[in-house]
Every structure is written in C-alpha cells, then in structure tokens.
Design a protein around this ligand. Structure first.
Ligand SMILES: [Zn+2]
Ligand SMILES: [Zn+2]
Length: 366
C-alpha cells in the first residue's frame, strides 16, 4: 500500500510503498477515510532534530495523527467491531497502565520517558496511508457522521475542546467573557465550542478580516487590532477584564495582550506553539489570575467532541486531496497558502468525495 513516510530529521517525507499492516491482538485494521495534514507534521520533519526533539518522535514512521477510518478487519480477540463502521482514532498512546492512562489521559502518561513513541503518526505508524492498525480502545465512534470533515477534530478540535472544557469553571456565572486570540482552524473551533458549551460573551481577534468575518458569523464579537486594543477589550467587559483568554498564537505580543486584559481570578490558556515568553509577577498581574499551557486532550473528551459533531453542532472546513497529493498539501502548509485544513483521502470512491488537484481545490464546507 501507499504511505507518506518520514525517514530522517530535516528531510521531507516521501510517498513510498510499504506492506499493509496486519492487526495484532486487540487491534483493528482501519481503512483510512481522512488524514489531516497538521502543522506539527511540518515541525516534525522541517524543524526538529536530534538535539531538540523528544526521542519518542525519532523517525522512521508513517505520518498522520489526525485520522478517521472504516473498520476493515478485526484482530484476534476483538469483538463488537463491524466491517465498514466509521471511527475517529485517538492518536495519543501512553503506557496504558499508569494513573494518567487509566483516565484516558495518555497525553500525560507518567511513563513517557521509557516509551518509544507519543502516539500514532508520532513515533508509531500513523494514518497518512491507505490502511493503519489501531488498538480498539483508541477508536471513537462516528456513526453516520462524515469521516472526512471529522479528521481535523482528532487533534485540532480536541486541543480546542480540552482548553475550553478546563476553563469552563471560569465562565460559569452571569456576565462572563471569553476571548479567542487567533482565528485559524483551532481558533474557529474554540469560538464554536465556547458558544456551544458556555453562556459567556465570546470576543475574538485576528489580523485576517475573512477569519474575523467567519468567527462573527459563528457568534463572536470581533475586536479589531490596533494600539488601544487592550483598553477596548476591557471596555467590552465593563472594565472587569476577560475571565478566560485563549491564546491560539503564543507569541510574546499575544501573551502580553492576554495579560493586559485578563480579569481578577481569570485564566489565560496558551494553546499556540509560537514559543513566546512573558513576565508574570504579583504587581503586574490581576489578583489570583493564572496562566497555563495545554496539550491535545483526553480519550474521554474525544468521545464528547464526537457526540457534538455527530449532533451536527460543529462546522469544519476541509480541503480534500488524494494520497498522491499529500506532499503538495504539506508544501502549501509550509508556504502558508493552504485554505482550510487539508485532509488526505486515500480512498476517494469509498469516501464519496472528489479530490481534484490539491492546488486547485476550493475549501469545502462539509
Ligand atoms: Zn496535529
Ligand atoms: Zn501511562
């Protein structure tokens, strides 16, 4: 079968022919429906090297950690799986027996130092391929919902869901306000989730007018950039400040904006990976405000997110492309010219989608 394999640090992955995997005990062979091309894949092959990367991410393996698919074959001992049923793949793969893994928090596995991988497509073979094997525990049902648009939910969507869910106590009162800084794919999902899951007023800001328009249509109150932006945001909160800020960018500038607008006892969640730094001190920070990082989400949360998606309560923009066009899609991701999330569809006929050249494809609302 064809697969996009990452073979060495600082080397672009290539489309290669590999053996179709065989499901072991407790595993399922999945026929890949959709596989999202994620920015962190670009970081993996273009930026990381031995000195800075986690050893668990060392190549070689098949990329793809945002995967959905149909059951093709059940391995020994697997019951209750029907051929053709659609599932999301929870990508994180911890030791399976520590206190974190026991709660479905494989992302925070206590034994990560002794593990050889972080997850599928992250040290283990992922789903940028025609088929992949998955432990049955990591499958989250999609039922009749479209598996192609669902692919980005597995990572981008789950990251937004986790950050929003953890911040809900900050928004659990009348007159509360949230702010989303950065309205790319994850930011757009954060706006939708905040509108679905809380009663807070949702403010949002981005440099791109079309991203702001989309968020406005989804119920966000847009705050334009500019010098007095922090003052205008505070004004919109009646002077109280923002109870939950989500920084989807993560530069020093966006973190400082977050600090300038956060309320007493408010929370800043830094989701973006830009690697910015900021000063945090008693005299410059509202009383009892907090700042935290976040990393993907839990298996249980992916079940919750899937339920929201199956109920038709989330809108996801994707650009389908074929497996042959996967490297072209990564190229456009590197160049910043990809519209919406590129989802590689290895079996377009089975998925019932048209995959024109990735470079010509218009973003499809699915
Ligand atoms: Zn990702
Ligand atoms: Zn563990």
């Amino acid at each position: 079968m064809k697969a996009v394999r990452f073979d060495a640090w600082k080397t672009r992955p290539t489309l290669v022919d590999v053996e179709r995997p065989v499901p072991g005990p407790g595993e399922v062979l999945l026929k890949v429906a959709g596989s999202g091309a994620c920015h962190s894949d670009v970081a993996l092959y273009a930026i990381f090297e031995e000195a800075i990367a986690m050893p668990q991410l060392r190549p070689a393996y098949v990329l793809g950690h945002e995967v959905t698919g149909w059951v093709e074959e059940a391995g020994p001992g697997v019951v209750g799986m029907e051929r053709g049923d659609a599932y999301m793949v929870y990508a994180a793969r911890g030791c399976g027996h520590c206190s974190s893994c026991s709660r479905g928090e494989d992302t925070l596995c206590v034994n990560v130092a002794s593990m050889t991988h972080l997850g599928s497509g992250l040290g283990l073979d992922g789903g940028m391929a025609e088929y992949m094997t998955v432990p049955v525990r990591n499958l989250v049902p999609l039922e009749g919902a479209d598996p192609i648009a669902a692919a980005p939910l597995v990572d981008a969507g789950l990251t937004a869901y986790h950050a929003v869910k953890l911040a809900l106590p900050k928004l659990a009162a009348g007159g509360r306000t949230a702010l989303v800084i950065g309205l790319g794919g994850v930011g757009q999902l954060a706006v939708q989730l905040l509108r679905q899951m809380s009663a807070a007023t949702v403010l949002a800001t981005d440099l791109k007018p079309e991203a702001c328009d989309l968020a406005a249509r989804r119920g966000a109150v847009i705050v334009d950039g500019g010098e007095d932006q922090a003052a205008r945001i505070r004004e919109l909160t009646g002077g109280r400040g923002v109870d939950a800020v989500f920084d989807l960018v993560g530069t020093a500038e966006t973190m400082q904006l977050a600090q300038a607008v956060v309320a007493v006892r408010g929370r800043i969640t830094v989701v973006g990976l830009a690697g910015g730094r900021t000063d945090w001190g008693f005299y410059t920070t509202p009383f009892e405000a907090e700042i935290m990082g976040t990393y993907m989400g839990t298996l249980e949360e992916l079940h919750e997110l899937s339920a929201l998606y199956r109920a038709g309560r989330l809108e996801v923009y994707v650009t389908p492309c074929s497996l042959d066009q996967a490297m072209d899609a990564y190229g456009r991701l590197e160049a910043g010219t990809m519209l919406g999330r590129a989802v590689v569809v290895p079996h377009p006929d089975a998925a019932g989608v048209a995959v024109e050249g990735a470079s010509q494809a218009e973003p499809a609302t699915v």
